[in-house]
Design a protein around this ligand. Structure first.
Ligand code: CP3
Length: 337
């Protein structure tokens, strides 16, 4: 079994497994070259292209896993929702979902009808080439998707989504439940085509209070992963105040930790039954290698007390990152530096 799967299962590893969120993307010149002239979501839905972009960072860095090149809004596009990704900005929806009527209209779409042919084809190309290296499939968590969908685009505090939970809790539950089934379907397509791990991204969960997370979010995220039949990683940013809840009552095999909380402190909160992933500060990728090296060694040392530790960043690779810094981190984790 690969070190990544062993770490997720709490078994001993030969070398600390490492991969990077957003490892497939703008930090790589070979990615920027391939993307010229193709819109982001069109690239995701072109199987050869998506497969090649997924494989680029594995070849270059020797990471312990590939993460499928796609986006959290792809299953919505496949469900017929009008969405684009604006460069430098993020997902933008033509018709924001704000009223009870909007919610009723969008949730009438049956997630089972989503056409996963292009995704399945890309995943099959990738896994055939990867051999023993695992492919991580992923999806957006209901809250992070709702934060974009209700607002209609990126926002700072996700006020409209948090407001709906309280102003119209019934519509909120209907929408979050539907998003959970949409993301679940996306995970199933990736699983059935050969992904061997899944990660649920709740990037914006940190804007929630612990009470709101527990009352309005946790059950929907749990449903997206429950019974998926693969090891799972549950990631959020700024979730320190409710980190224990990110375990989803045992529904997650590992919890992703951002850079704000020292990993040993996160492990003390999370307990012995769950693995951890993280938590190199993305800002330190800009520092001279000796500074970054000391930080990475510290993260690895603090991770030793966990049931299992997957080395990663506390959030995604910033586009301006020198890719050689990432390769050095992999070599360090593998005991080659
Ligand atoms: O390497 C990987 O991690 C796999 C691919 C991946 C992408 N998006 C590719 C992408 C993954 C896992 C995602 C998930 C995603 N998408 C999240 C959760 C992860 C996180 O970073 O918090 C979120 C919030 C989104 C929504 C989204 N899509 C944003 C905010 C952006 C950036 C917009 C910009 O231009 O700054 C995107 C676009 C996107 N998704 C890019 C990539 C490589 C950049 C597109 C480009 O190259 O122009």
């Amino acid at each position: 079994m690969s070190d990544l799967l062993r770490a997720l299962a709490g078994e001993s590893v030969e070398r600390t497994p490492v991969w990077f969120m957003r490892q497939a993307g703008r930090s790589l010149p070979e990615y920027r070259e391939l993307r010229v002239g193709t819109r982001m979501l069109d690239a995701c839905l072109t199987p050869d292209l998506a497969a090649e972009i997924t494989l680029q960072p594995v070849r270059r860095h020797g990471v312990d896993a590939a993460v499928f090149f796609s986006d959290i809004v792809i299953p919505l596009r496949l469900a017929g929702v009008e969405v684009e990704i604006e460069p430098g900005r993020g997902p933008v929806f033509a018709n924001p979902v704000r009223t009870a009527d909007d919610v009723a209209r969008i949730t009438a779409i049956d997630p089972a009808d989503l056409d996963g042919t292009a995704i399945a084809e890309a995943v099959r190309i990738v896994t055939a080439e990867l051999g023993e290296t695992p492919l991580i499939g992923f999806a957006g968590a209901p809250f992070t998707l709702a934060a974009y969908l209700i607002e209609g685009g990126p926002s700072k505090e996700h006020l409209r989504a948090r407001a709906m939970m309280h102003a119209d809790p019934e519509s909120w539950d209907r929408l979050a439940g539907w998003l959970s089934r949409i993301s679940r379907r996306f995970l199933e397509i990736q699983r059935d085509a050969g992904a061997s791990v899944v990660q649920l991204f709740d990037s914006w969960a940190g804007s929630l209070s612990p009470a709101d997370y527990r009352a309005h979010i946790a059950q929907h995220s749990h449903a997206a992963l429950d019974g998926i039949g693969l090891p799972s990683i549950h990631f959020g940013v700024g979730t320190g105040p409710f980190l224990g809840d990110m375990r989803l009552d045992g529904g997650a095999s590992a919890v992703g930790v951002d850079w704000r909380m020292p990993l040993d402190e996160a492990i003390a909160v999370l307990g012995p039954d769950v693995a951890v992933q993280g938590n190199i500060d993305p800002a330190l990728l800009q520092a001279p290698w000796p500074v970054l090296e000391a930080h990475v060694r510290d993260v690895i040392a603090r991770g030793r007390g966990a049931k299992g530790h997957i080395l990663n960043l506390g959030h995604g690779v910033p586009p301006e990152t020198d890719p050689d810094q990432l390769t050095r981190i992999v070599r360090l984790a593998h005991g080659e530096l």
